[in-house]
Design a protein around this ligand. Structure first.
Ligand SMILES: Cc1cc2nc3c(=O)[nH]c(=O)nc-3n(C[C@H](O)[C@H](O)[C@H](O)COP(=O)(O)OP(=O)(O)OC[C@H]3O[C@@H](n4cnc5c(N)ncnc54)[C@H](O)[C@@H]3O)c2cc1C
Length: 489
C-alpha cells in the first residue's frame, strides 16, 4: 500500500490544517465510525473510473489522496461538516460510487472525501403524483429495484447503473440508455436539496413547474461537486411499462441509418432505446446476426402502452424501409438487454498494457455523420491507436449523441499518448462545432477544453462558483473552473 500513497497530480494548498484535531471535531458531528484517516479508506476514495487514474493505480500510484474520509447520514451533518471545512480551509470532494469517467471524484488538493453512500434512504414515494424523493448516495440498481417492486420504473439506465448513485447522476448531468422515451436526468429532476459551503440549505419545490425566477436548485445539475453537496433528489417516475416491442435493422451506410432515425424522431416517435452501431461495433456485439454482416445495425426498443408502441414500431419499419434497411429481428435487442451492463473487457485490456477509453459528444443531424468520420480519422492518426469505433444513442429532434470507443497500444509513454489521443478527439469535435461532452461530464480531464467549449460563458460560470464557494473548498480543480496545473503540464 505504501507505494500507492505516492500522489501523481496532487496540488498543494497553502493552508496546513491539523487533520488529527479535525478528525476529532468531525467525529463529534458524524460519529466515530463516520470518519477515517486509514490508508485503505483513503485509497478507496482517491480515484474514479477515469482511465488515467486506473493506469497509475496499476503502476502502484494514486492520482491524489484525501487526508480524511467522512460518511455523513443526514443533511444537517453535511451542513456541519462543510462549515467546519470552511473554517479550516479544507477542500471537500463529494464521492458517490466513483464511477465518473473523467477524474471528477479525485481529491486534487487532498482534504476531505465526503463519501455519500450512507445517505441511501428513500425519503418519500408519491404514488399519485409519480415522484420519488431519495438521499443522494442511493445506488442506481437499488433505486430501480425499489421502484420495480412497487410497480414503477425510474426510466434511468446508465451502463453504470449498478456502480453509480442517484446524486452522482444529477451532479454529472447523466443520461441513461432509455433516454429517448424517459429523458435524461435533467428531464426527470423535479427538485433537489443541496448544502452550500457555508452550511446554507437550498431546495426547490416538488411542483410540475415554477416561474418564480431562475431555479437555484437546478444549478446543481452538472455542477460535479463544485458548488456544494446535493443531499436529496426528487425525480419523476413512471408506471412499469405494460408492453415492449423489439426491432432491429441493418443499413448499408451510417448515413442512411441516421436519416431513418431522424425521420422517425421528427415524426414524433419516442422509442425508449435507439442505438446505431458502426460496422466494427456491429461485428463485435452482434456476430451472430447474418443480416448485419458488414453493415451498421440499428436496435430499437419500444415500451409503454401497447397500442401506442405498435404504431411507433410501424412508423420505424417505414422509415427504415425507405433507406433500404434489412429487418434483422428482435434477437439483437434481446442480446443487448443481456449484455448491456458488461464492462469486464476494458479491465482485461488494461492488464494487457492497452489504453482504453470512451468519448461521448453531441451534434446536430446535419453534422452527425461528418463528425463521426472526422473524429475517427483524427484518433486513428495518433500513433498507437488500433481501434476508434462508434455508435449513436440518445437521439433528439435536433440531433444525437455520438459515442466513440478507443483502444491504443502506445509504444512510448502512456500519459503522453493519452493526452495526444484526447487532444485529437476534442480538437476535431470543436472544429466541426460539436459539444465536447454529451453525458460523462467534465471532471478533471475535460477541464482542459472548457475554455474552447464555452468562451466567455466559462467566466460567468466562474462567477457563480465564486458566489457560492468564495474560498474554493468544493472539489477544486474540476469543471475547468480553476487551473489543474500538474495535469495540464
Ligand atoms: C462503465 C461505465 C459506464 C457508464 N455509463 C454511463 C452512462 O450510460 N450514462 C452516463 O451518464 N454516465 C455513465 N457513466 C459515467 C458515470 O457513471 C456517471 O457520471 C455517474 O453519474 C457518476 O455517479 P457516481 O455516483 O459514481 O459519482 P462519482 O463518480 O462518485 O462522482 C462524480 C462527480 O459528482 C460529484 N458528486 C457525486 N455525488 C455528489 C453529490 N451528492 N453532491 C455533489 N456532487 C456529487 C463528485 O464530486 C464528482 O465530481 C459510466 C461510467 C462507467 C465507468
Amino acid at each position: 500500500m505504501a507505494d500507492h500513497l505516492s500522489k501523481v497530480i496532487q496540488e498543494e494548498r497553502p493552508s496546513r490544517p491539523d487533520y488529527a484535531s479535525l478528525a476529532k471535531q468531525l467525529a463529534a458531528i458524524v460519529g466515530s465510525d463516520g470518519v477515517s484517516a486509514d490508508g485503505a479508506d483513503r485509497l478507496a476514495n482517491c480515484r474514479d473510473y477515469w482511465p488515467m487514474g486506473t493506469l497509475w493505480f496499476l503502476e502502484g500510484k494514486s492520482p491524489a489522496l484525501p487526508d480524511l474520509v467522512v460518511w455523513p447520514r443526514r443533511t444537517a451533518e453535511v451542513a456541519a461538516v462543510l462549515k467546519l471545512a470552511v473554517e479550516n480551509d479544507v477542500p471537500v470532494t463529494p464521492y458517490g460510487e466513483g464511477s465518473g469517467a473523467l477524474g471528477g471524484a479525485i481529491p486534487l488538493q487532498g482534504g476531505i472525501a465526503l463519501d455519500l453512500k450512507r445517505m441511501n434512504r428513500v425519503l418519500k414515494l408519491d404514488r399519485d403524483n409519480l415522484m420519488v424523493t431519495v438521499q443522494p448516495g442511493m445506488n442506481g440498481a437499488r433505486y430501480e429495484e425499489y421502484l420495480n417492486r412497487r410497480g414503477f420504473t425510474g426510466g434511468h439506465f446508465p451502463q453504470s447503473l449498478r456502480c453509480s448513485t442517484v446524486g452522482g447522476w444529477v451532479a454529472c448531468r447523466a443520461a441513461g440508455t432509455f433516454s429517448t422515451r424517459y429523458g435524461k436526468i435533467e428531464d426527470m429532476l423535479v427538485s433537489l436539496e443541496a448544502v452550500l459551503p457555508d452550511g446554507t440549505i437550498v431546495h426547490g419545490r416538488d411542483l410540475p413547474r415554477t416561474s418564480t425566477g431562475p431555479r437555484v436548485d437546478h444549478l446543481f445539475l452538472g455542477s460535479e461537486g463544485t458548488l456544494g453537496v446535493i443531499t436529496a433528489v426528487t425525480l419523476r417516475i413512471w408506471p412499469y411499462p405494460a408492453a415492449r416491442i423489439y426491432r432491429s435493422y441493418a443499413f448499408e451506410t451510417i448515413e442512411q441509418a441516421l436519416e431513418a432515425i431522424r425521420r422517425l424522431i421528427q415524426a414524433g416517435a419516442r422509442p425508449a432505446v435507439v442505438r446505431l452501431y458502426d460496422s466494427a461495433e456491429t461485428a463485435h456485439h452482434f456476430p451472430e446476426c447474418k443480416e448485419a454482416a458488414g453493415r451498421a445495425l440499428l436496435i430499437l426498443l419500444f415500451e409503454g402502452d401497447g397500442g401506442i408502441i405498435a404504431a411507433e414500431a410501424g412508423l420505424a419499419a417505414g422509415c427504415a424501409g425507405e433507406q433500404g434497411a434489412l429487418p434483422a429481428g428482435s434477437e439483437p435487442v434481446e442480446r443487448w438487454l443481456k449484455t448491456r451492463f458488461d464492462i469486464g473487457i476494458s479491465s482485461a485490456l488494461f492488464r494487457q498494457g492497452a489504453v482504453v477509453d470512451t468519448i461521448e459528444v453531441s451534434t446536430n443531424w446535419t453534422n452527425a455523420a461528418p463528425l463521426y468520420h472526422a473524429m475517427q480519422k483524427a484518433m486513428l492518426a495518433v500513433e498507437g491507436t488500433v481501434l476508434a469505433s462508434g455508435h449513436y444513442s440518445h437521439v433528439y429532434p435536433e440531433g444525437t449523441a455520438l459515442y466513440l470507443t478507443l483502444i491504443g497500444f502506445p509504444s512510448g509513454d502512456k500519459e503522453q499518448y493519452y493526452k495526444r489521443l484526447w487532444g485529437a478527439a476534442m480538437e476535431s469535435c470543436l472544429a466541426l462545432g460539436g459539444a465536447i461532452s454529451h453525458h460523462h461530464g467534465v471532471g478533471l480531464h475535460r477541464g482542459l477544453w472548457m475554455a474552447q467549449e464555452h468562451g466567455t460563458t466559462l467566466e460567468a460560470l466562474r462567477l457563480i462558483k465564486r458566489a457560492f464557494d468564495p474560498q474554493g473548498i468544493m472539489n477544486p480543480g474540476k469543471l475547468g473552473l480553476e487551473e489543474a496545473a500538474k495535469w495540464r503540464q
